[in-house]
Ligand binder design. Structure first.
Ligand SMILES: [Fe+2]
Ligand SMILES: [Fe+2]
Length: 383
């Protein structure tokens, strides 16, 4: 796999690899030289611009036309087709993409590929079309964020790139913040030695139940993320309560029951997590209104938190915990049907959990494979 060329101003072409064209950012080079003279090379000027790579995909005339219009402000990485573009996306991690979306090329395929993959979905794309009307609509439908006309006008193209890069910087800050929240959720899981892998399994099970329930991809993705984040509020619950083997006192129960609201408060400031808030807040509600924290009832209790909750309980009671002996898959489903009979859960969803758990192979099927609990039996705890 080739690597981007160094900022020498010389094109660097590696056979069989994407065509890397390195363009020296002029201003930086001058500033670096001046600084270097002043500091005797003690201070190496960081070439910030060099990190901003623009992926250029299209036929040779397109690439050289756009390359010229871009001037010397960014490092340009060239790719002639979908395969080269895929390599370049991985190796060069461009900050923006400029595509030839005129008829006859691979542009639309590259565009769909970038927007179809979770890792590159947020990468801004500027697409060139030959004319207004249908071509613009097709380019936008393929996922282009900006559409402009061939041939490129230097100042306009540069301004567009500056604009998409500004937006990207803001998105990246958001992504960073989201990652911190997910890291925090993993740290919470680590607090409890008995719940290793719980959040990931809950997410996977909820996603599969969502698929069986016919939910759309976006909701299923929310279920997967909700699986990881649902108990993040436990960060605010003392370890003695979380890891207590045995029955929680009334006081401890009150503290423990605060974790959905604490979790919601942690995630609330991040817009990118807003759609997960109902899952986090309501994952301990019951259909008959006897759950917490809000006591919502019946149709007020949305499907995604119901699915997450069933997956959560299923995983909690099929895994070894200090306060209970795990149940088999069949035992757990029986337990959930029992809760459905009490009016707490939806029996149809329990049936989907049974199918999903079987297809994912979650939970043990033989009673003999389950060890006794490490301490005397406590109460069933499903948080
Ligand atoms: Fe919980
Ligand atoms: Fe949980």
């Amino acid at each position: 796999m080739g690597r981007p060329g160094k900022l020498t101003g010389e094109p660097c072409r590696i056979p069989g690899a994407p065509l890397w064209v390195a363009v020296a950012p002029k201003k930086n080079a001058d500033t670096a030289a001046a600084l270097s003279a002043a500091t005797g090379d003690l201070l190496k000027f960081p070439e910030m611009q060099s990190e901003l790579r623009i992926l250029l995909t299209g036929e040779p005339a397109f690439r050289s036309g756009v390359g010229a219009a871009l001037g010397a402000s960014w490092t340009v990485v060239e790719a002639a087709n979908v395969a080269e573009a895929a390599d370049a996306l991985l190796a060069a991690r461009p900050a923006a993409v400029v595509l030839d979306l005129r008829p006859g090329g691979d542009g639309h395929a590259v565009c769909r590929r970038i927007k179809g993959a979770a890792q590159t979905r947020l990468l801004p794309i500027i697409g060139f079309v030959a004319s207004d009307g249908e071509a613009t609509v097709a380019a936008l439908d393929a996922g282009a964020d900006h559409v402009t006309h061939w041939p490129p006008k230097g100042a306009e193209l540069q301004a567009r790139i500056r604009a998409v890069l500004r937006n990207r910087a803001a998105t990246e800050r958001l992504e960073d913040a989201t990652q911190v929240i997910f890291a925090l959720a993993n740290a919470v899981e680590a607090k409890d030695a008995y719940t290793e892998g719980h959040t990931e399994r809950v997410g996977a099970l909820a996603d599969e139940v969502g698929r069986l329930a016919g939910l759309d991809d976006e909701t299923r993705e929310a279920l997967r993320q909700g699986g990881v984040l649902h108990d993040i509020g436990k960060i605010g619950i003392p370890n003695e309560i979380i890891n207590k083997a045995g029955r929680l006192t009334d006081k401890e129960r009150i503290v423990m029951n605060k974790h959905p609201m604490i979790g919601e408060r942690i995630c609330e400031p991040l817009k990118s997590l807003r759609h997960l808030l109902p899952i986090i807040r309501w994952h301990h509600e019951r259909l008959d209104g006897t759950g917490y924290p809000d006591g919502i009832k019946g149709s007020k209790f949305p499907l995604p938190p119901q699915i997450l909750q069933l997956s959560d309980i299923y995983d909690a009671i099929t895994t070894d915990r200090p306060y209970h002996r795990a149940r088999t898959r069949a035992g757990a489903i029986e337990f959930l049907y029992g809760e459905a009979k009490k009016g707490w859960r939806d029996a149809e969803l329990v049936g989907l959990v049974a199918r999903a758990a079987e297809s994912l192979g979650l939970g043990r099927t033989r009673e003999d494979d389950i060890p006794p609990p490490p301490a005397p039996m406590g109460q069933w705890r499903t948080e």
